[in-house]
Write a protein that binds this ligand. Structure first.
Ligand SMILES: C=Cc1c(C(=O)O)[nH]c(=O)[nH]c1=O
Length: 310
């Protein structure tokens, strides 16, 4: 298997999946991803306890070299996604993303997942930048440690976390020390680069309505930060904690670079948003071509093998 991976004993026959939030809010979207050639797994939109309409539109915009979004955590509610991942007959793993808008909601949601029949991987989103008035949990180091301590006191199923980008080496050190205290299945990095701003040059107006135009930045613009976070956490985390690389993937070379930095799986958001699910077959073909060119028969041959200048 050239493009294989394993997280928490769950095997993936392909390394690609959607980034949570993109093409995964409804069962129709999730079904389409399951049926898409090249996806090794799918992940749901981050679920809150109850349905959320999210922020007013326009709340997502394509910008040169990427995207900006302030969706505001629109989703159908936890029961909708729990029902889907526990009843859908799928031939590939389904990951459940969850995101409480408060500390206690995170605990409530994870108790419900623990008590459900879902046996797959849950991803706790600690990095939603777009809920007005709510800070990203993962930028609060003490709260992150306290939350994970409380969660692992009762949660016994596979659990990963979705992290925001960090921009300071000491932050990589300190957050990795915290994450290494817990039996995490995976770390998924990065979420969008929070609270960017884009201006329409014809109208001198912001391009999204919520938060006066502030929103998370994704796409090619995010790749340098994404690769750095994958690399930094791979270098610091226990090898038992697997890595999902997210951010800036447009082509096979970008996928190859995420794997060089240590990614086990690679998720794609912005490019999927604008190209659609046929993108996955293209990425797979482009990655396999690069691997063939270099004489690699498996991702195991080069994962984490980024070279530095001695
Ligand atoms: C779950 C909320 C998120 C959203 C959102 O729903 O606004 N956008 C992102 O770029 N990342 C998120 O984690």
């Amino acid at each position: 298997q050239a493009l294989h991976a394993e997280i928490a004993g769950i095997k993936f026959d392909d390394i690609f999946l959607n980034a949570s939030g993109v093409h995964c809010q409804t069962t129709a979207e999730l079904d389409e991803l399951l049926a898409t050639k090249g996806t090794g797994a799918i992940i749901t939109k981050s679920a809150t306890s109850a349905y959320r309409a999210g922020n007013p539109s326009p709340r997502l915009s394509k910008i040169p070299l990427g995207s900006i979004n302030s969706m505001g955590l629109p989703n159908e509610g936890l029961d909708y996604y729990l029902d889907y991942v526990t009843t859908k007959q799928a031939d590939k793993p389904m990951l459940l993303s969850v995101a409480g808008v408060s500390y206690t909601e995170n605990l409530d949601i994870l108790h419900k997942v623990q008590d459900s029949s879902f046996m797959g991987i849950t991803e706790l989103n600690l990095s939603c930048p777009n809920v007005p008035g709510k800070p990203q949990t993962a930028y609060d180091f003490e709260t992150t440690e306290r939350l994970l301590t409380e969660v692992f006191a009762f949660f016994t199923k596979p659990l990963g976390v979705k992290m925001p980008p960090y921009f300071d080496i000491v932050h990589f050190d300190d957050m990795a020390k915290i994450l290494n205290k817990f039996p995490l299945a995976h770390v998924n990095t990065i979420n969008s680069i929070g609270n960017g701003l884009w201006i329409n040059e014809d109208t001198d107006t912001v391009v999204i309505k919520p938060k006066g135009g502030f929103g998370g930045i994704g796409g090619a613009l995010a790749k340098p930060t994404a690769l750095a976070n994958v690399r930094a956490f791979r270098q610091r985390l226990n090898p038992t904690i697997k890595m999902i690389g997210t951010g800036g993937v447009v082509n096979g070379r970008d996928v190859y670079e995420h794997i060089l930095c240590g990614a086990d799986l690679v998720s794609v958001g912005t490019q999927l948003q604008f190209e659609g699910p046929s993108m996955f077959a293209r990425l797979e073909q482009e990655l396999l071509a690069i691997m063939a060119e270099k004489g690699y028969t498996s991702v195991d041959d080069f994962r984490g093998q980024l070279k530095i200048i001695e």
